[in-house]
Design a protein around this ligand. Structure first.
Ligand SMILES: [Zn+2]
Ligand SMILES: [Zn+2]
Length: 278
């Protein structure tokens, strides 16, 4: 699998010369199945606008796209109205979330609400694409894409205001885990260590340092030191730290990346446009 980062910022998008290396768009990842060039998306922060533009520019014949959501805070959904493929009448957009206490109607409302005319000039029903709202009911679900290579998706709920989910994707013996907007609490969440066990790639929230985290209890995020601890304990091959704080400029993040590498050497802080193969 390949992962391309289109949005690596947490909480709110930022712009300016101080952010030019790591980027300012909020959370959005593209997962690419090797060989087929079929894509899937996780979260629809502001980064999804460029993802959609790149997808159309490539002239792909893929006519259905899955977008999985970790949760529905603004920084994970705000780019959705600007996702150009959703305006293509030949396209089906599958919006995917973990079920739990959430109902299908509720999932539909989340997207329709942010496109009410008070907030946005185009209603969801007028965009053009066909929308499917899917809930993963079991903790692990298997999808069979057109290339017939099964994709196993496991979702685990973790601590965040309002709740959020970590995901593990497995395809053809390769695995990646995405765990963002997670607050571990006094000790590391053992469920996440289990979820990430042996993964080729762990992408983990690292919005703060341990020192900053001490003053941000209840804000729903991790330190990069905690991300490194999960990586070590889960014995993953590679760690990408993401969901950078809007107050952290390029200079800060370069320093934090180096400090994190002292704990777990195979660490990279996510940058917009970064492409990683597992
Ligand atoms: Zn967030
Ligand atoms: Zn959040």
């Amino acid at each position: 699998m390949e992962v391309k980062f289109y949005g690596v910022r947490g909480s709110i998008s930022v712009s300016g010369i101080k952010y030019s290396e790591f980027g300012g768009n909020t959370t959005c990842l593209m997962i690419i199945a090797p060989g087929t060039q079929r894509i899937g998306v996780i979260d629809a922060g502001t980064g999804i606008r460029q993802l959609g533009a790149d997808f159309l520019a490539k002239g792909s014949d893929q006519k259905d796209i899955f977008i999985a959501f970790t949760h529905f805070h603004w920084d994970h959904i705000q780019g959705f109205p600007f996702f150009a493929p959703a305006y293509d009448p030949d396209m089906t957009i599958n919006l995917l979330a973990k079920g739990g206490d959430r109902r299908l109607k509720c999932l539909q409302d989340i997207f329709a609400t942010q496109m009410q005319e008070t907030y946005f000039p185009v209603a969801m029903g007028e965009m053009g694409a066909r929308f499917e709202f899917l809930l993963i009911e079991n903790s692990t679900q298997t999808f069979i894409p057109p290339d017939q290579v099964p994709v196993h998706v496991t979702a685990v709920r973790h601590n965040h205001p309002g709740g959020a989910y970590s995901y593990r994707y497995e395809r053809a013996g390769r695995s990646l885990v995405f765990s963002t907007d997670i607050e571990h609490g006094e000790s590391i969440d053992e469920n996440i260590v289990s979820l990430a066990q042996g993964a080729d790639l762990l992408i983990h929230d690292g919005q703060y340092s341990n020192e900053q985290l001490a003053t941000k209890k209840g804000w729903g995020h991790s330190s990069y030191e905690q991300a490194a601890e999960v990586a070590i304990r889960a014995n993953v091959k590679q760690l990408i730290v993401t969901h950078h704080d809007p107050d952290h400029d390029d200079e800060y993040l370069r320093g934090a990346e180096q400090r994190c590498r002292d704990i777990f050497p195979d660490t990279t802080f996510a940058r917009e446009g970064l492409l990683v193969s597992t």
